[in-house]
Design a protein around this ligand. Structure first.
Ligand SMILES: [Zn+2]
Length: 213
């Protein structure tokens, strides 16, 4: 079975997405990319995460040509493919309608650096891509034009998308975005959150470089 390791990882993290409450039902989608073959493994459209089997994961080229699998691939195939095209380090992409990120996305409000955790994950801000109908190439273009140097982007009135050098990294970034978005939303409910200055952001990033074992 081609891309078996990636298929199993997609299933594992799909279940984690559901069980950690970052998504519900069949919403959201996950993919992984193999630069050697140019193939992408992506979740099938409309199948529950806990019911997905390795053979349900669809293998496609970045142009959407099916290489292996009987299922219809996720409707956001173009969105995933465009991130692999523009981010050479990306090997995994996770898209979800997690509540706090989607709340800010509906307010069309970027996630701002009100806590040092966001810059420590490599982003001074998570921007909001203009609204476009889901599952279209135009949505992929909207995110590609907005995401910039970071690995995460909110999608207006829709949700959030993150990529990473591996699935653990992409998923961890999604969890961080969700935590920061919830913090910002809570602050916005109570008043006006104070945003860290560029100088403080840089100091936090420098400090983070020496963090951990
Ligand atoms: Zn979506």
């Amino acid at each position: 079975m081609i891309m078996e390791k990636q298929r199993l990882e997609i299933i594992e993290y799909g279940i984690r997405l559901l069980r950690t409450g970052l998504t519900n039902g069949t919403s959201g989608n996950l993919s992984m990319y193999d630069p050697e073959t140019g193939y992408m493994a992506i979740t099938p459209s409309g199948i529950g995460y806990e019911e997905t089997r390795p053979e349900d994961i669809v293998i496609v080229t970045l142009d959407g040509e099916r290489v292996d699998g009987e299922r219809k691939p996720s409707s956001e195939l173009d969105l995933h493919a465009s991130l692999y095209r523009m981010k050479p380090h990306a090997r995994a992409v996770v898209h979800a309608h997690s509540m706090a990120c989607t709340t800010l996305a509906c307010l069309r409000e970027p996630i701002r650096p009100i806590h040092f955790l966001l810059p420590c994950f490599g982003m001074s801000e998570v921007p909001v891509a203009p609204y476009v109908t889901f599952g279209t190439r135009e949505l992929a273009d909207s995110v590609a034009k907005t995401i910039g140097d970071g690995d995460a982007c909110l999608m207006a009135n829709h949700g959030v998308i993150c990529c990473g050098a591996g699935m653990a990294g992409a998923f961890g970034l999604l969890e961080t975005c969700e935590w920061c978005a919830e913090l910002q939303w809570r602050c916005m409910c109570a008043g006006r959150p104070a945003v860290l200055s560029d100088e403080e952001v840089q100091k936090a990033v420098a400090r983070f470089a020496g963090y951990g074992q």
